[in-house]
Design a protein around this ligand. Sequence first.
Ligand code: FES
Length: 371
Amino acid sequence: MALLPTSLVNFALPALTALQRSPLAGFLRESVFDYYAGWFHPQLTLKRVFARVLAKQAQGRDTVAITLAPSAHWLGALAGQHLPLTVEINGVRHTRYYSPCAATRRKGLLEIAVKRSEGGLVSNWLHDQLKVGDYLELGQADGDFGLKSVGQHQLFLAAGSGITPILAMLRSLQQQGGGAEVTLFYYGRDARDMAYLPELEAMFSRMPRWRLQLALTGQTGRDGALQGRLCPAHLSSLGELSQTEAIACGSFGFIQTVRDTLTALGGVASLQVEAFTPPVFTQSDSQPVTLRYARAQQSKAGTGAPTLLAQAEAHGLKPASGCRMGICNTCTCKKISGVVRDLQTGQLSASPNESIRLCITAPVGDVTLDL
Ligand code: FES
């Protein structure tokens, strides 16, 4: 139980932040301070962010929405960004990345949605063990996935958990008045499993220029829903797309299908994608390449797959990594030379000395990395 009231802790945290910028900072050891201060309140830390669980609410049959009250150290999030969440299970710390379901101001409440997954250690723990009143450790929000500009037509494509960053963008657009033409294609196996569906249906019914299109890959017989996976025929009712700004989030396979489908339809003005599963590869990605690790002064035989991160690890290096699916930027590394493919966008890049995310990048020829 906390010995200090939360209001007093939030009042004190800005002073602790200022203290770290003062000459006294050299006398403070963060781990020691946090350990003893934690006796008084879990959120009393020098820098680390802890959030209190305020509510858990089911969203569909296998997703839970968790409302959190972060400490005053947390700086807020833009719609579409992600944040690391760390839990301790049986004495081992585990970090996963989640997109807030709404843009959140500093000192505001934060909502994340967690889908239960088979064998998912952290997601199942958050569903089954986490209680209202518990504290979770967060990191600051990051990422540039999100609304850049709203053109004549904003097209959102979401599958499964991919709805969460898109919901945040839709909530932001709605708060801004929602004047643009907006279309959401929301894919799921069964409408009863699709998180936030009642809220989305209510939201879209209030916005005259917004259209929600459900697409179901399992359930049949629901009025107005498309059947099956995304294909050009699903988007044919949209007509000309050259003025459309598209944003898609879903599994790696869904993102690839989005890219192929929009290309088949003539392309869009802009496309942003984010995948919440790691890249998958095919047999045809096995052409031999040479991977040079400049700082390690090593040259190794590689192939066009798997990712540069996986190949560097297989070669005995230990590049920093986090989500392993292109979200957290932890694995960002300088590519000194060579041609690589961004597996999410499909783009080839030959620019020297560019930053790449190793976990979603594969070599197309010989590559030299600053590792
Ligand atoms: S972007 Fe998270 S590990 Fe690569």
